[in-house]
Every structure is written in C-alpha cells, then in structure tokens.
Design a protein around this ligand. Sequence first.
Ligand SMILES: Nc1nc2c(ncn2[C@@H]2O[C@H](COP(=O)(O)OP(=O)(O)OP(=O)(O)O)[C@@H](O)[C@H]2O)c(=O)[nH]1
Ligand SMILES: [Mg+2]
Length: 349
Amino acid sequence: MMRCRGCGALLQSTDRTKIGYTPKEGSEYCQRCFRLMHYDDLTVSMKTGIDPDSVIQRIAGLDAVVLWVVDLFDFEAGMIPGLNRKLPDKDILMVAAKRDILPETLSHEKTARFVFERLRELGIQIKGLILTGKLQNMGAEEVKEAVRMTGKGKPVAVMGRANAGKSTLLNNLMNENVLAASRYPGTTLDFNEINIDGQVYIDTPGLEIEHSLLMEVKEEDLKDILPASTIKPQVYQLRGDQSFAIGGLARIDLTGCDKASCVFYLSGRLPIHRSKLTAADDLWQKHYGSLFRPVPLEKEFRTFTIHKEMDKMDIVIDGLGWACVHGQMKTVTVHAPKGVNVTFRKAML
Ligand SMILES: Nc1nc2c(ncn2[C@@H]2O[C@H](COP(=O)(O)OP(=O)(O)OP(=O)(O)O)[C@@H](O)[C@H]2O)c(=O)[nH]1
Ligand SMILES: [Mg+2]
C-alpha cells in the first residue's frame, strides 16, 4: 500500500469520505492533500487521522532524535508538560518556528532568553534551540547542522502541537513543497518518512491542542484568527476601568488603570472594540455575533480575575495571541471560551 506524500495516510480508492482517498489509482497524493495544496480547500475535516495521544508514545518507541516544533506566536499552547518524562532518553532539539510572525523589534537573543526561561519554569530540558521562519527559509541550515551534531545519523522525528509548522519546516529544509501544510490544525494524518540529503526525517501528526481557541471556532474563521504575516502591536493608553472585546472571542477588563498601557499581539484581521468597563456588558450583549465577530462555537465563557503584580505581564489566550499590560492597574479579568487555556506570564517583549 502506498502512502500519500502530503499527509502520510494510506492511499485508497474505495471510500471518498475516508482519509487517503484518491480517485486515480497510482497517484502520489490523496484528494484532500491535492485540494489543500492547490486550492487551500478542506474536503475531509481535520482530526481524522491517528489518535494524537498515541503519537508521543510512538515517537518514544523510535530510536530517533526529536525535533520539537513550537510556534513562537502560540508558544504556551505548544508547551508539553512533563515532556522529558514522556520521551525518556531522547535528545530533544527545539525549533521555535514562525519567527517572522513576531515583530522585528524582538531580537534573536531576547527570544532565546524568553524561551529558555519559560522552559526552566516548566522543567523541560532541551539539547538545543533553533529559531526558524518562513521568509528566506530562515534557520533551515541551522536545523540541518544541529541534527547532524546531535543525531549522528539517527532518524529525526518532527513532533509538536497541531499547526506548529512541522510540515512547513520540512518543506523549507527540502526547498520544495512536498508535504501538505495548511492553516487547518490536523493536516498531517500519519507518520510520514522523507529523506532530505541522506538524512531521514519523520513528519508526524500534530499533538492535540484541545485547550486552544483554534479548536473552538469554525474552520472558515481560522484565516482571520491566525496571523499570516508579521503582527503589528496595537497599543492603547489606559485610564480608569476599561474593557476590550476581541471580536466575540474574548474580553479583557482592566480596572484601576493609571499611566498604564495595553498592547495587543493578534492577527490584524481581528477587530478590537474598546469601551468603558461600565458599558462593556451591554455592548457585549448587543453586538455579540454581529459587530463582535468572529464568535466561538460554544457560547459558554469562563472568567479569570487576578491582581496585577508583575510590572509588565502578558495575558495569553491559546490560539488567539496575547495582550501585554504595563503600568499601574488593579485587576485583570479575562473572559474566554470555556476550556481555552489562559496564561499570565512575564512579558515576552
Ligand atoms: N508566517 C509563517 N507561517 C508559518 C510558518 N511555519 C508554518 N506556518 C503556517 O502555519 C500553518 C501550519 O503549518 P503546518 O506546516 O501545516 O503545521 P503542522 O505542524 O505540520 O500542522 P499539523 O500537520 O496539522 O500538525 C500553515 O498555514 C503554515 O503556512 C512560519 O515559519 N512562518
Ligand atoms: Mg503537518
């Protein structure tokens, strides 16, 4: 049986509703990958491949080096608690991908410092870090070099959360679009081995991102939520009690602001609606689903409130982006769809 070169699924010509379907026997790609790669069109929905929970176990069973791909823009969602325990005796190299999405003002050094500090807090050990980006194949040669040094010829398992940029990274290493890559989480459906300059790499299906907003929205809204190019920070000066609605996806309320600011790092296609806190509930009721768009699939929201203690703090909503609050402020309240992770961390930028 042949596997699809794009997603790794076994090719079949019997059931068009199942993965790996191709109408033409002998083709190298399944219909889903063909349409994704040529028309950016999703025919079979995501999450129809192998069970994400088993992916990490399968990787643990390989005699391979692990290339752990983490999306820098969606960094918290990419973290895997207890990673070294899940992959005992494995050398792990981290690729921090989508560098080009972050503002250019963030230096390489600062990014690396941020990553290592966050990993230390989470108790995760890695053998090396490479920053990569889609523009000019940034970091591709460094990845190959790190793999040579660490792997000593062993196969390389490319692992990470869905949508992190694993397949794109491998395409960049090859300088050719062989693997299917798309904004829909769950593009790669099975382990998919490829040879690049004599080195074996194994593309793998993304690990579950169950606590991400990306799982809580319609597929058609992903193009507005995922930034496609460098994000432009959106700065607001604050006084008193203020509220921000990010479309109908989340709301951030800030009280007791004085000489304070809030900077949003989000897709430029998401509208931010600012108001006084006293008006915020009414506005949300009135505009939710119309002016305040997009909205999540599930209507239930959860609220977190904290007293702002760190001077410069990021409020991170998995899959959506983050807001950095700075200056004097009493409380920070986040309303986010139920089940979506919210993290408060020391500012990245
Ligand atoms: N701007 C930018 N976009 C990227 C980069 N890497 C990946 N992307 C985009 O991120 C999305 C996901 O990329 P994929 O390569 O399909 O991600 P994956 O990790 O293979 O995802 P799954 O197969 O679903 O697990 C696509 O829309 C890519 O174009 C990058 O370095 N820069
Ligand atoms: Mg993939």
